[in-house]
Design a protein around this ligand. Structure first.
Ligand SMILES: [Zn+2]
Length: 339
């Protein structure tokens, strides 16, 4: 028996769903209801405060995974990355990025604790065949298609044999300017390495695809805001699929919503455009029997460790989050809405 076999997260006590939701909810209450955290709003910009609270929540809920094991026996989790970068002392890391070192630690940690990375298409095959998925299955995905994925994440994925899906924004392949949606790049492109914001090239994508480890998917053609515009999304995705067909010989494609915006009409448009699935940013585990045009993903934050990711993949993070929202709705003094 190896050391990893003994790790408490190896336990498969999946029948914890009856565990009172008040306990994780109370953990959230501990950090969230105290006026102290609200006081921080005077000192931190709102997005930094949200970041801080999520980080604290991840850390506080993590012991539940140690103590109780995974809740995710029949479910799986999808991780969503954007950038993987080598930090530079004089430049603050872009939002939605993890360092190369941290990325390696996350992957190595999850693998050593028995988590199994699967390709998205394999999961879809199992979904279509009505087959169940083994415990501790998870997926790795990258949105936007930044060049740093090729230089920083790809060598680690290859070394550790971790399959992943890269959702590329097809209009930006081979271009030399940032995505129009990338506000960080607009402010920082000139003083940061180009691979942090430039899109992948066709050649880089083809190399990763040829390995058999990386699937290319669509993140739309233009990364526009398609809310309430399903027809526009459908046309955009047909263009995107055309690019993927011409350059990478894909007959069909997986898809992740730009900005995570998902509406029933948009999901239908994606299906009509020939997409195989439409991934959202709902922080929820996925039931493989559910509609793949609603599957959520866990955003990986810069502070996430293998331990906090195991907590997300183990189901406790979502449970705590949901329990907390429920508690807050019951609290008449709570004037704030859903974050
Ligand atoms: Zn995006």
């Amino acid at each position: 028996m190896t050391q990893s076999d003994c790790h408490p997260w190896q336990r498969q006590n999946s029948h914890q769903t009856g565990f009172p939701v008040l306990i994780p909810g109370a953990l959230y209450q501990l950090y969230d209801s105290a006026g102290y955290w609200d006081g921080l709003q005077f000192y931190l910009p709102n997005h930094r405060l949200v970041h801080f609270r999520r980080r604290l929540a991840s850390i506080m809920v993590t012991p539940l995974t140690w103590l109780l094991g995974s809740r995710a026996d029949q479910l799986f989790g999808i991780l969503m990355y954007h950038r993987v970068v080598q930090p530079i002392p004089s430049i603050a890391l872009p939002r939605e990025s993890v360092t190369t070192r941290r990325f390696r630690q996350q992957m190595q940690g999850l693998l050593s604790w028995g988590y199994r990375p699967w390709p998205l298409r394999k999961i879809l095959d199992y979904h279509n065949a009505g087959r169940s998925i083994p415990p501790k299955t998870f997926l790795v995905t990258f949105d936007d298609g930044y060049e740093c994925i090729y230089h920083e994440a790809w060598p680690i994925l290859r070394e550790l044999a971790v399959p992943a899906t890269v959702f590329v924004t097809t209009a930006y392949l081979d271009t030399d300017h940032p995505l129009s949606s990338d506000r960080w790049a607009k402010e920082n492109a000139e003083r940061s390495p180009a691979i942090w914001w430039r899109s992948l090239s066709t050649e880089q994508c083809a190399k990763m695809q040829a390995s058999g480890l990386i699937e290319l998917g669509s993140h739309s053609h233009t990364h526009a805001d398609f809310r309430t515009r399903p027809e526009a999304l459908r046309a955009d995705l047909q263009t995107s699929l055309g690019v993927l067909r011409d350059r990478f010989r894909l007959r069909d494609a997986t898809f992740a919503f730009p900005f995570g915006h998902c509406e029933a009409a948009l999901a239908k448009a994606a299906q009509q455009a020939g997409m195989l699935c439409a991934l959202t940013v709902e922080s929820e585990l996925v039931d493989p029997r559910s509609n793949p045009f609603t599957w959520g993903r866990f955003a990986v934050e810069s502070y996430d460790t293998a331990a906090t990711l195991a907590t997300k993949l183990g189901g406790w993070y979502s449970l705590a989050q949901n329990a907390w929202y429920r508690l807050r709705r019951l609290n008449p003094k709570s004037g704030r809405g859903h974050p």
